[in-house]
Design a protein around this ligand. Structure first.
Ligand code: GDP
Length: 300
């Protein structure tokens, strides 16, 4: 999702010399393959958007894969970028690197100031290690390796698998299927009380370009829209967009995760960046993408 948004954005800005591999062409977990790729291509700027990602359930169920796959990808790519002379690298982390009970909105300085949320601890530890590796390359070898922490993302090419997806994609699919089947109920995980901030992936792509141009510090920088909503409000908004008018039923056997995750975006705002896609508009656009690309091939 993030990679394809970056490519769309870079192409629309006129960047022609893009070196792109999808996972079928290059498995970033394989050190030998990554070394060979970097040695042959010698990219000057590297954006590390690839990661093993998933929603609250996948994160909680597969800590080994979330830890190992991400450590492998990061170690291979960050080291190979340095060894092959990349002049800049942007590492993408996640807002879940911050402590479970960080003050809200969460400033970048909250990193490593408290205990992590257990449901995504493995992923968070891997991402924190990636940040620290970039900072180590910057401090020890003078590399211009920067790290950005996006908030919860959604948009075209999101993962719509109900077991492994994040909440926006999951609820779009559930609401669509409930409407198609004329169900009276839609099951939503947890209590509905947690609050999350959502950013359209095209807005993240524009922030990444700005950071590549203007940000040269190894200190992490948050990327978010500066506003959060409760999962209950999100579920209502999605039902409204999809046109499902049944009841929301809460499943308390599923975890809530962190009570609130809203990033302090003072730093990125000071660079002149603002998101441009309001949540409702982004959800409408993502639903249309889902209808064209996912729902068509997987009828309810
Ligand atoms: P998180 O931000 O790391 O917790 O990741 P998610 O996007 O997976 O979940 C955000 C919140 O949405 C959590 O409180 C979930 O319990 C809640 N949620 C409600 N329904 C769903 C669902 O169908 N799928 C997912 N992934 N989350 C859901």
């Amino acid at each position: 999702m993030v990679g394809s948004a970056l490519i769309r954005r870079l192409k629309s800005e006129g960047f022609a010399d893009l070196i792109v591999r999808d996972r079928s062409e290059l498995d970033l977990r394989e050190e030998f393959a990554v070394t060979k790729f970097f040695t042959e291509e010698k990219p000057t700027v590297v954006i590390l958007a690839a990661a093993k990602v998933g929603g609250i359930k996948a994160n909680n169920d597969f800590p080994v894969e979330f830890l190992l796959d991400n450590l492998r990808i990061q170690n291979n790519v960050i080291h190979a970028a340095y060894a092959n002379g990349a002049r800049k690298l942007l590492f993408l982390g996640s807002s879940c690197i911050y402590p479970k009970f960080a003050s809200q909105p969460i400033p970048e300085t909250a990193l490593l100031s408290g205990l992590l949320e257990p449901t995504n601890e493995a992923y968070a530890v891997a991402k924190i290690t990636g940040i620290k590796l970039c900072q180590a390359y910057a401090r020890e070898y003078g590399a211009n390796f920067i790290s950005a922490m996006p908030t919860n993302l959604y948009g075209p090419h999101d993962n719509f698998d109900l077991e492994t997806s994040h909440v926006v994609a999951a609820l779009l699919r559930k609401a669509h299927e409930a409407k198609t089947r004329k169900d009276r109920e839609l099951i939503v995980w947890g209590s509905g009380k947690p609050r999350r901030e959502f950013l359209h992936v095209d807005d993240l792509a524009s922030a990444c370009l700005l950071l590549l141009e203007k940000y040269d510090s190894s200190e992490v920088i948050n990327i978010g829209c500066g506003e959060d909503i409760s999962i209950r409000e999100l579920a209502q908004l999605i039902c409204d967009v999809v046109g499902f008018d049944g009841e929301l039923v809460w499943d308390p056997t599923k975890p809530d995760g962190v009570p609130r995750k809203l990033l302090d975006v003072t730093k990125v705002s000071a660079l002149g960046w603002r998101p441009s896609i309001p949540l409702r508009q982004g959800i409408v656009q993502t639903y249309n993408w889902f209808l064209k690309n996912v729902a068509r091939s997987t009828p309810a």
